[in-house]
Design a protein around this ligand. Structure first.
Ligand SMILES: NC(=O)C1=CN([C@@H]2O[C@H](COP(=O)(O)OP(=O)(O)OC[C@H]3O[C@@H](n4cnc5c(N)ncnc54)[C@H](O)[C@@H]3O)[C@@H](O)[C@H]2O)C=CC1
Ligand SMILES: O=C(CO)COP(=O)(O)O
Length: 411
């Protein structure tokens, strides 16, 4: 049996070279434009450009090419916006990347046009990216399997790929919860012998497709897994940071969707920036409280997968969760909003899961409960918001001063 990632050591240089060549050949003009047009803010871009030019101009020696012919092989399961954006990125990085999509006709169209017409119609995908609807062919013998299927179908897809798993690493890109289970827990249950990780961060798919500099986090207990994902995806416009707090990173990505819905609603009510800042920071308090209860390190929520993703999704109208919240705030019903969106908004399901879990385990999550009441118990948003403001005196950061110390002297 092939050992996981046995050819990894050969890949760094290969990938870097491919990335440099590809970027200078295909994106050099964009970099030039960016460089000349935004002089003040472009120091970083300028350095990058120089770096790539140098690399391209460097004559290749025989040594450069020795043993460097095997690209890392990987498949991305899920042909929505995120699976497509990540597969495209990996392909551009010189990896042998396949995008698996369940619908045969969609695959045929993508093979012909290299465009994901439904989810990313404005972008031409890397010409080396492969497409498949054959799960066995897509999964068998690959180095890494990335799963970008919504949480509702996550367990099912793992069950389907289980017969084809030998030594592949499995990485979840999914930001949601099944009934009380995180995606990492589902991987452990369904594929108990695989090495795995979760990747999460402020990663709006359309911005990644537009080459907006972006960063993410790969969390795994395995150093080799973290390294493999960094090698596969790290590039000029996409930085991959590492963590070993799998639960913390994963919960950051899942929980922030709840608050993006709240912020979308707040946007519809045209609240001020003080109010937005209050929602954002109290959301972070809830997230870290819930995370600690699940075994996460609270400091993880200060990183890209916590405050980073919370900010991106709460601030950006590109976020589908924000969009759903905004539509609800403008008076659409949940059904109307979900239908109009036509894409995945994980937060709707996550609100229900977290509301139930927090109620059962006694975790203080007032914003989540308030949202639940508005969306599922049809309570009036204004009354619920007033109620939230009258919750009494509490500590700002409970990991600095516990709540029960706030009025200790008065007891
Ligand atoms: N779009 C984004 O900017 C980001 C999304 N994510 C996460 O990635 C996951 C996927 O999201 P998107 O790609 O944005 O969703 P999407 O709504 O754009 O597409 C979902 C895709 O999954 C397919 N699918 C759904 N159920 C399936 C099943 N049971 N079996 C096979 N295929 C199935 C659909 O046909 C569709 O192609 C979500 O958990 C999301 O939170 C994470 C980071 C960024
Ligand atoms: O997770 C995301 C960005 O990091 C995408 O958010 P939405 O699912 O709300 O679009």
């Amino acid at each position: 049996m092939k050992k996981p990632l046995e050819n990894l050591n050969h890949l760094n240089l290969q990938n870097l070279k491919n990335e440099a060549l590809h970027l200078t050949e295909n994106f050099g003009d964009n970099l030039e434009i960016l460089h000349s047009g935004k002089e003040k803010a472009s120091k970083l871009v300028g350095e990058l450009l120089q770096n790539f030019k140098n690399r391209k101009n460097k004559p290749q020696t025989d040594d450069d090419n020795k043993g460097l012919t095997v690209p890392l092989t990987m498949t991305f399961l899920g042909g929505g916006s995120f699976g497509t954006a990540m597969a495209n990125l990996a392909s551009r990085n010189g990896c042998d990347a396949t995008l698996w999509v369940r619908d045969k006709r969609t695959v045929k169209a993508m093979q012909k046009t290299h465009i994901n017409k439904k989810y990313l119609p404005d972008f031409k995908l890397d010409k080396r990216l492969k497409f498949s609807h054959d799960l066995e062919e897509a999964v068998k013998g690959k180095d890494i399997i990335f799963v970008a299927i919504p949480s509702s179908g996550f367990r099912e897809i793992l069950q389907k790929i289980a017969p084809f798993i030998t030594s592949q690493v499995v990485i979840s890109l999914t930001k949601g919860k099944e009934t009380f289970a995180l995606m990492s827990e589902i991987i452990k249950e369904e594929l108990p012998n695989v090495a795995f990780g979760v990747m999460s961060g402020p990663n709006l798919a359309k911005e990644i497709m537009n080459n907006m500099p972006t960063a993410t986090v790969i969390a795994s207990e395995s150093e080799a897994v973290r390294h493999a994902v960094q090698v596969a995806l790290h590039g000029a416009f996409f930085r991959v940071f590492g963590s070993d707090d799998v639960v913390g990173v994963e919960l950051g990505g899942a929980l922030k969707n709840i608050y993006a819905i709240a912020m979308g609603m707040a946007g519809a009510y045209e609240v001020g920036d003080n109010t937005k800042a209050m929602i954002l920071t109290r959301a972070l308090a809830e997230m870290s409280r819930f995370g600690v209860h699940a075994g996460a390190n609270p400091l993880t929520f200060l990183g890209l997968s916590g405050v980073g993703d919370l900010y991106a999704t709460c601030a950006s109208p590109l976020s589908r969760n924000y969009q759903v919240g905004n539509m609800l705030g403008k008076g659409l019903s949940l059904e109307q909003a979900v239908k109009k969106l036509g894409q995945t908004a994980e937060g709707i399901n996550t609100i229900q899961q977290v509301h139930e879990k927090a109620s059962k385990d006694g975790i203080y999550m007032p914003i989540t409960h308030a949202l639940y009441d508005i969306i599922f118990n049809e309570q009036a948003p204004f009354g619920v918001a007033l109620d939230l403001m009258e919750k009494g005196f509490r500590s700002d950061v409970e990991f600095v001063m516990p709540h029960d110390k706030v009025n200790e002297d008065l007891k």
